[in-house]
Design a protein around this ligand. Structure first.
Ligand code: FMN
Length: 537
């Protein structure tokens, strides 16, 4: 094992919540002094995107066969829709004097550490260059103007994280949440693109240094020292579904982009995120440094079979994307969820489902499900190994007394244990009732230690995969007339003990729950972009 892998394993161990103590975080939080949720760069030209809110008539069920969706042209209107449906505001919430925005992509604690950049060839209304997306204003800030145009229709999205924005509330565990949020962001982008008949491909080969250079976040003098952005991911946007990812092509594409950036003119300086930096969490910088991604050779793009059980909704994709929310309470007396709905949701998270076409790596995450209220299924613990060969490993790694009874010819779903597991689902999820009052909750279990030993940056990739699964679950829950919530707070090793993991071959990296939401009528919901309509009127 290398020192770097060891450092990553140590970070993970150190940031576990246990029944006796939570991972290290701030002792007190000044809610009046939150970091600014929206980064702005002063000194850039602003490009207002066309006003948001357009309804599209593509059905959510049509996203199961995305190749059949009409391909929208590349223009500012559709770039605006792509960014809005992936990362834009979806509503404002108000409770007494407090008012806070929600977005189409979720974020742990609603802190949104993920920043979004667009790299574009010249279009009508947009010069070739690098832009930062400001979701509050639904506008682009031009950070770099290229001196030469990029090849026709080139469009990329880059993602980075401001770790400090998340650590402000969650302390040392925040680095994990930033990675979850990135996985959700990939998922959000995939659904938004599919709605336009477009698709996304991860440039999985890119090094962190490539991403930092392309997004201009290695220009460290333009950021406050503790408010730097860490590079994460780069995706190519395709009009249609002509996937081209192959290591050679992507390395060349990266080199061409780097050349364009090197001869471009840069503008602007990041404004301060304002809040007072009361606590310091150096472990986050340390793990971030050792989990650094080099340029890699990755398997060529392989088309996966799109197999998914039928969607049971007639709503449009854009409606469901904009209405996605996290449930804060569930109706513990809900009628049981229909088995067909449950099975559809599970089929949508298998690596063969359409949303996972974006995933360039082999699947490493499996689900352990606490069934509470599903028609025709006894409450208990179930498992969904996400590919067949993992079954034997998971059987060998878990409690001997688990029965592993196959439940369905359509899905790799197994019952391990029968019995009411509401109480321990809640206790394991930091005592949160959302894990027990739902139809089901689950833990996403990673093939862990071998992956980290292979390369420390795989730590991030495992979390990204859980976030992508989480985003599929959020939207599938809405489509079925239910609601989901991501659960980042759980007692790691108590989950492992319950399942019988004896070492760190497997680790649970993210939890999730789906049920019938109870609305808190004291909290008002307000339109997402009224401020913009007023401003631009
Ligand atoms: C990675 C992640 C972890 C989360 N963990 C929890 C949790 O433990 N408990 C909870 O009530 N909500 C949790 N949430 C939900 C967030 O609080 C929610 O996404 C955020 O407040 C924004 O609200 P929205 O999802 O309705 O847009 C989590 C969300 C994410 C993405």
């Amino acid at each position: 094992m290398t020192k770097k892998s060891e450092a990553v394993l140590n970070y993970h161990q150190r940031t576990k919540h246990t029944l006796q103590r939570y991972a290290k975080g701030p002792e007190s939080i000044d809610w009046e002094d939150q970091p600014d949720h929206f980064r702005h760069f002063s000194g850039c030209e602003i490009v207002d995107l066309p006003l948001p809110g357009t309804e599209l008539d593509v059905l959510f069920s049509a996203l199961d066969t995305p190749e059949a969706i009409p391909v929208q042209p590349l223009n500012l209107v559709n770039i605006g829709l792509l960014l809005e449906l992936a990362f834009g505001l979806s509503a404002w919430k108000q409770f007494g004097p407090s008012r806070w925005p929600l977005r189409c992509n979720p974020s742990s604690g609603n802190l949104h550490p993920t920043e979004v950049y667009l790299i574009s060839a010249e279009l009508e209304g947009l010069k070739a260059g690098v832009y930062h997306y400001v979701s509050h204003d639904h506008a682009l800030e031009q950070r770099c103007r290229f001196s030469d145009n990029l090849p026709n229709a080139s469009l990329y999205i880059g993602l980075s994280s401001i770790h400090w924005r998340e650590a402000w509330k969650y302390g040392e565990r925040a680095y994990r949440y930033c990675q979850h949020d990135l996985g959700h962001a990939i998922g959000a982008l995939r659904y938004a693109a599919a709605t336009l008949g477009w698709s996304i491909e991860l440039l999985a080969e890119a090094a962190d240094a490539d991403v930092a250079n392309l997004l201009g976040i290695d220009r460290i003098e333009e950021f406050k020292p503790s408010e730097q952005e860490s590079p994460d991911l780069l995706c190519r946007i395709n009009l249609g579904h002509g996937y081209t990812s192959a290591t050679e092509i992507n390395h060349r594409a990266l080199d061409d982009l780097l050349a364009a950036v090197a001869t471009g003119i840069w503008f602007g300086k990041a404004d301060s995120l304002k809040a007072y930096h009361m606590y310091k969490w150096p472990i986050i910088d340390e793990v971030s440094a050792v989990a650094h991604k080099p340029r890699t050779v990755e398997p060529d793009y392989q088309a996966v079979a799109s197999a998914v059980l039928p969607a049971l909704t007639t709503q449009t994709a854009s409606t469901l994307i904009r209405q996605r929310r996290s449930a804060q309470h569930f109706d513990g007396k809900m009628p049981a969820m229909a088995k067909a709905e449950f099975y559809r949701i599970l089929s949508a998270v298998l690596p063969t489902a359409p949303a996972f076409k974006v995933w360039r790596w082999s699947p490493k995450i499996h689900l352990f499900i606490f069934v509470h209220r599903i028609e025709g299924l006894q409450p208990g613990i179930y498992a969904l190994p996400r590919y067949h060969e993992a079954l034997a490993q998971l059987k060998a790694g878990t409690l001997e007394e688990f029965s592993w009874q196959a439940m369905s010819a359509q899905l790799p779903l197994y019952r391990l244990h029968t019995g009411d597991c509401r109480q321990f689902a809640k206790t394991l999820s930091c005592h949160q009732p959302i894990a027990s009052d739902s139809a089901f909750s689950l833990g996403m279990v990673a093939e862990y230690s071998n992956e980290i030993n292979d390369a420390p940056w795989h730590y991030r990739r495992l979390f990204w995969e859980t976030g992508l699964i989480g985003q599929v679950l959020y939207l599938e829950a809405e489509a079925a007339g239910y609601r989901g919530t991501g659960i980042g707070c759980y007692f790691d090793d108590s989950v492992h003990e319950l399942l019988g993991f004896k070492d760190d071959q497997f680790q649970s990296l993210y939890h999730f729950t789906i049920g019938k939401p109870l609305e808190d009528n004291r909290i008002q919901t307000l339109p997402a972009y009224e401020h913009l309509f007023n401003k631009r009127a």
